[in-house]
Design a protein around this ligand. Structure first.
Ligand SMILES: Cc1cc2nc3c(=O)[nH]c(=O)nc-3n(C[C@H](O)[C@H](O)[C@H](O)COP(=O)(O)OP(=O)(O)OC[C@H]3O[C@@H](n4cnc5c(N)ncnc54)[C@H](O)[C@@H]3O)c2cc1C
Length: 292
């Protein structure tokens, strides 16, 4: 049985991926699936396994660079309501992997749960953030996670409990194929003070990162004890351009792409920055942006 047979309502062939990513570039997915139930998700994954097709999960596409030739195999997007539910629990939130991180943050602030306001301005989904333990110098999402349901490459649902989860800087042990949903527990704080903090952070973020309408990406992780931005700055690279892609003038660890930009421009700029920083500071920068 082919991957799409009987699943034509959720599986499309040769779906252009550019529109699903913040950089808005790159080629199509061989197959693109938007399951509407857990059973459909499992079925797509099982069929992909039978057909020996690689499967990838797409969140908000804010940490992805898709190559021009596209992505072989199946790309799954958790856009259906069943994967985007957010429920307030006793001391926190239960959240589908497809929930927008901004929604997670604003709900926590409204409910008087402290911590998530530190993620203000980080784009993407809860699933993507948990996968890479996204965060800021003030806190990472993993620290509030108390368990998750994941789906394996066999299409089985597995429950991961808090004591078997570990998170470190931009790393997470939640490494199964799909983060279906997760539970979070927070300290309490008055919603008014959290709102004020969120608003302040939002203003700071707007000044320090590309605007929401720009095609942008965050390039490198911070090495221990320094920031990637300062290393790039010290290498004299601020404003550097390759083709139609340049380092942001707000923070040189971000790139901004103009209309005619290509994946190749981005890859060449990343290589240029990496080698110049290596020459000037003898530091090998580790890439945060994932390339598909
Ligand atoms: C302007 C800007 C500002 C940013 N600021 C920050 C910041 O302050 N801190 C920070 O850490 N990052 C930052 N980032 C990077 C990025 O936003 C985060 O890494 C974000 O959490 C990625 O989430 P996403 O949903 O977009 O994931 P995607 O980019 O779609 O995917 C990233 C990875 O997560 C996996 N994934 C996605 N969803 C799931 C799921 N449900 N189950 C399993 N795996 C999944 C994907 O397969 C992929 O491997 C920034 C990016 C931009 C463009």
């Amino acid at each position: 049985m082919g991957i799409a047979e009987g699943l034509e309502h959720i599986v499309r062939e040769s779906e252009p991926l550019a529109a699903y990513t913040r950089l808005r570039m790159g080629g199509p997915a061989e197959y693109f699936a938007e399951p509407t139930t857990l059973e459909e998700l499992a079925e797509v994954i099982r069929r992909a396994r039978e057909e020996e097709l690689n499967v990838r999960l797409l969140g908000g596409g804010t940490n992805l660079l898709v190559r021009s030739e596209g992505v072989p195999g199946v790309v799954i997007l958790l856009s259906a309501p069943v994967f985007c539910q957010l429920e307030v629990t006793d001391g926190g939130l239960r959240c589908g992997g497809g929930v927008k991180l901004a929604h997670f943050v604003s709900t926590a602030v409204r409910e008087g749960f402290s911590g998530p306001e530190q993620l203000t301005g980080v784009p993407g989904t809860v699933g993507g953030a948990l996968h890479g333990n996204s965060g800021t110098h003030a806190g990472d999402i993993g620290q509030w996670c108390r368990g998750a349901r994941v789906m394996t490459r066999n299409g089985e649902i597995v429950r991961r409990e808090a004591d078997d989860l570990s998170f470190s800087y931009r790393e997470s042990s939640l490494n199964e194929l799909v983060i279906v949903d997760a539970e979070f527990v927070f300290e309490r704080e008055a919603s008014e003070s959290l709102t004020r903090r969120m608003q302040k952070l939002w203003i700071v973020k707007q000044a320090k990162q590309p605007s929401v309408n720009e095609r942008s990406a965050y390039l490198f992780r911070d090495p221990v004890g320094m920031t990637a931005s300062s290393l790039i700055e010290q290498a004299g690279l601020r404003g550097t351009k390759v083709g139609a892609v340049e380092l942001s003038d707000r923070d040189p660890n971000f790139i901004v792409a103009r209309d005619e930009a290509t994946t190749d421009d981005v890859l060449r700029l990343i290589e240029l920055v990496r080698s110049r920083v290596s020459d000037s500071a003898a530091v090998e920068l580790s890439q945060n942006l994932e390339v598909w």
